[in-house]
Ligand binder design. Structure first.
Ligand code: AMP
Length: 206
């Protein structure tokens, strides 16, 4: 878990590789649906552009399917985002640990303004911490880099507000349920954040 631009996606990708897990980002899944112009995508587009949250039941249906298809383990990125989602998840799968990447709101806003994604493959970049090899184009496929539609200041502020109101309370829920919650300082270099996460995961007796 972590607020917008805390590095959830970047770290989840690394964790998935290191531990052989599926990296599942609900946000990426929804963006793919928007691109495909499916019914779900059309619904998601409006909500995402406003910086809102999709309905818990819809999100849970998507997650449930992923869990059933990947019995070896999944690292969720951006899920659960509400206590209802956390409760639903708890009923179908045991949670080993929660990784909470902490950054201040001002840092999140600053990072988001320098965040870019590939218009074709969706690969993420940051003009300060993770620049592409060639300015403005994707390293993978040479397609132009753009700002995400929901990375406009108005939507970002709304997403941060929702994070504090709806998502942060989940940490207390997990602590109550006896799930180990690791607090990670997300304001360090990407590789240092990953080192701290690895240390936390390796300390688990799974
Ligand atoms: P992300 O890429 O994780 O920042 O997600 C982008 C957007 O997708 C969010 O701002 C929400 O509109 C939607 N979304 C992603 N994950 C969830 C979730 N677990 N519950 C509800 N909406 C979500």
């Amino acid at each position: 878990m972590g607020p917008q631009a805390s590095g959830k996606g970047t770290q989840a990708e690394k964790i998935a590789q290191q531990y052989g897990l599926l990296h599942f980002s609900v946000g990426d899944f929804l963006r793919a649906e928007v691109k495909k112009r499916t019914e779900l995508g059309r619904k998601a587009e409006k909500i995402m552009d406003e910086g809102g949250l999709m309905e818990d039941e819809i999100i849970f249906g998507i997650v449930k399917q992923e869990v059933s298809q990947h019995p070896d383990g999944v690292i969720f990125d951006g899920f659960p985002r509400t206590e209802v989602q956390a409760q639903m998840l708890h009923e179908i799968v045991p949670i080993n640990a929660v990784i909470d990447i902490k950054i201040h709101d001002e840092i999140a806003v600053k990072r988001i303004s320098s965040r870019l994604v590939c218009s074709k493959c969706g690969e993420g970049y940051n003009t300060i911490s993770q620049p592409p090899k060639k300015e403005g184009v994707c390293d993978n496929d040479g397609a132009p880099l753009i700002h995400r539609d929901d990375d406009v200041p108005e939507a970002v502020r709304h997403r941060l507000e929702l994070y504090h109101k709806e998502t942060e309370p989940i940490l207390a829920y997990y602590r109550n349920e006896g799930v180990k919650v690791f607090d990670i300082n997300g304001e360090q270099r990407i590789d240092k954040v990953f080192e701290d996460i690895k240390e936390a995961i390796d300390s688990l007796q799974v």
